[in-house]
Design a protein. Structure first.
Length: 184
C-alpha cells in the first residue's frame, strides 16, 4: 500500500517555478481561474461563483493534505509569489500505488512550457518521494494541449471512454492517460 505523508507540506521548485501550499490569500487568483469559462471548458466542475468558492476549495485541498488523502500545490513564478495555476494529486488509490494528477494554468502563462515544468516536478515527486507505481490523468478528448503535455511528459493514452460522465446537462467523454514508474 502507498504510504504518504504531506506533513510538512512539500515545496517543489523548477528553474522558473515554485510549487507551494495554497493559502487563503490565493483565493482571488484561484477564483479568476475557476470562474473563467474558457479556462474551465475542459474541466467538468461547476464554475466558481464567488471568491468564497475558491477559498472553500483551498481549504478542502489543505484538509486533504493534512489527512494524507491528496495534495495540491499553488504554482507560482519564483520571482513573484502569486498563484498562476494549480497542480496536484487529486485522487489517490493507495492500495494500488496509484495517483491521479490534475492541473490548471492561467491563460497568460500557457504555451510557455510552465505546466510541463510543474508536471515534471510533480511526476518526480510522485515516483521518487511517494513511491507510486502508476500516475494517471483524466482529460477531455477535446483538450489536445493537455494530451500533448501528458505525452511530452511520458504519459500514454490508455482509454477513451464514451459519454461516461454527466455535467452541465450533457454526457462527456473522457480520455485516460497513465505513466508507470521506471523499473530498476
Amino acid at each position: 500500500m502507498l504510504t504518504v505523508s504531506f506533513t510538512p507540506f512539500p515545496e517543489l521548485t523548477t528553474p522558473r517555478l515554485r510549487l507551494r501550499q495554497m493559502r487563503a490569500t490565493d483565493a482571488p487568483a484561484l477564483f479568476l481561474l475557476r470562474s473563467d469559462p474558457g479556462v474551465m471548458r475542459y474541466i467538468p466542475r461547476p464554475l466558481a461563483q464567488q471568491e468564497a468558492d475558491a477559498l472553500a476549495l483551498i481549504n478542502a485541498y489543505n484538509e486533504l493534505a493534512q489527512k494524507n488523502e491528496g495534495i495540491n500545490w499553488a504554482i507560482t513564478e519564483k520571482e513573484q509569489d502569486v498563484l498562476i495555476g494549480a497542480i496536484g494529486f487529486v485522487h489517490l488509490e493507495k492500495e494500488h500505488f496509484r495517483a491521479e494528477v490534475g492541473y490548471i494554468l492561467s491563460p497568460a502563462h500557457q504555451g510557455k512550457g510552465m505546466m510541463q515544468e510543474a508536471l515534471t516536478a510533480v511526476v518526480d515527486y510522485g515516483f521518487n518521494t511517494m513511491q507510486a507505481h502508476t500516475l494517471g490523468a483524466i482529460i477531455d478528448p477535446g483538450n489536445t494541449a493537455s494530451a500533448a503535455l501528458l505525452e511530452r511528459c511520458g504519459f500514454v493514452k490508455e482509454a477513451h471512454l464514451r459519454e461516461n460522465g454527466f455535467h452541465l446537462g450533457r454526457f462527456w467523454d473522457t480520455v485516460i492517460y497513465s505513466r508507470l514508474a521506471e523499473r530498476k
